[in-house]
Design a protein around this ligand. Structure first.
Ligand code: AP5
Length: 218
């Protein structure tokens, strides 16, 4: 099974992918996570990507397409993939169609997480993470026991550089301009399933499972 998670920054792609990949036996491929890891490791890819990410802009298509193609080849999983953060514009979507055509693969569903813009900004401004164990927190809905430090290891919590307010606004604009056309692209192919994702995370997970179970039984 191949699923694509589509949605603006803060719509819950990472949160839902984490909950669903084990349940569905899929490999989670998040371009954002792969890029952040590359920046952290000081790799050549990380050095090329960092300034774009900090500014809330897209990393150039050729770097992203190379990176995700390699990752899909390296990750052999007969059950399939959940793509999170890719494709993100029409060039990437068309390239993915080509890659899949060559390997006789098809996308089963594109899950579009729809969340109002005000809620997105609120979620991103409240997001913190532990740099050691990567645990996530969100003020005020998921607070650590002691303000500003991780429950698991007492490490000081950090914010993602691209969660600063001005960068968040830029990321939301870039989504509206470059990624939202993919909603129509996949709707036209009969693949888009829209989920109202501004409810409780458990409810969102259940809605996605309900939708995906229809693919499995088809
Ligand atoms: P990426 O990491 O993919 O960032 P993003 O798409 O902006 O998404 P986020 O990770 O911010 O949000 P999310 O939708 O995963 O939400 P989350 O679950 O974390 O990409 C980062 C950068 O990398 C890009 O800006 C770009 O520079 C580059 N890049 C990546 N892919 C690229 C590509 N294909 N092409 C070019 N460049 C690329 O949730 C957010 C917060 O909300 C969390 O705190 C969470 O706890 C909370 N939350 C989640 N669900 C709920 C809920 N239902 N109710 C309340 N709170 C919730």
């Amino acid at each position: 099974m191949i699923l694509v998670l589509l949605g603006p920054p803060g719509s819950g792609k990472g949160t839902q992918a984490e909950r669903l990949t084990d349940k569905l036996g899929l490999t989670h491929l998040s371009t954002g996570d792969i890029l952040r890891e590359a920046v952290k490791n000081g790799s050549e890819l990380g050095a090329k990507a960092e300034s774009f990410m900090k500014a809330g802009e897209f990393v150039p298509d050729e770097l992203i397409i190379d990176m995700i193609t390699t990752k899909m080849e390296e990750t052999s999983n007969d059950s399939g993939f959940m793509l999170d953060g890719f494709p993100r514009n029409l060039v990437q979507a068309q390239k993915l169609d080509e890659i899949f055509k060559e390997s006789s693969l098809t996308i089963d569903q594109v899950i579009y997480l729809n969340v109002p813009r005000a809620e997105l900004a609120k979620r991103l401004s409240g997001r913190f993470y532990c740099p050691t164990c990567n645990a996530g927190y969100n003020y005020p809905v998921h607070l650590p026991k002691n303000d500003g430090v991780c429950d698991n290891d007492g490490e000081k919590l950090l914010r993602r550089a691209d969660d600063e307010e001005n960068v968040v606004q830029k990321r939301l604009e870039v989504y509206a301009k470059q990624t939202s056309p993919l909603e129509g692209y996949y709707r036209g192919q009969g693949l888009l399933v829209e989920i109202a994702a501004d409810s409780d995370p458990d409810e969102v997970t259940q809605q996605i499972i309900n939708s995906v179970s229809k693919v499995k039984t088809n």
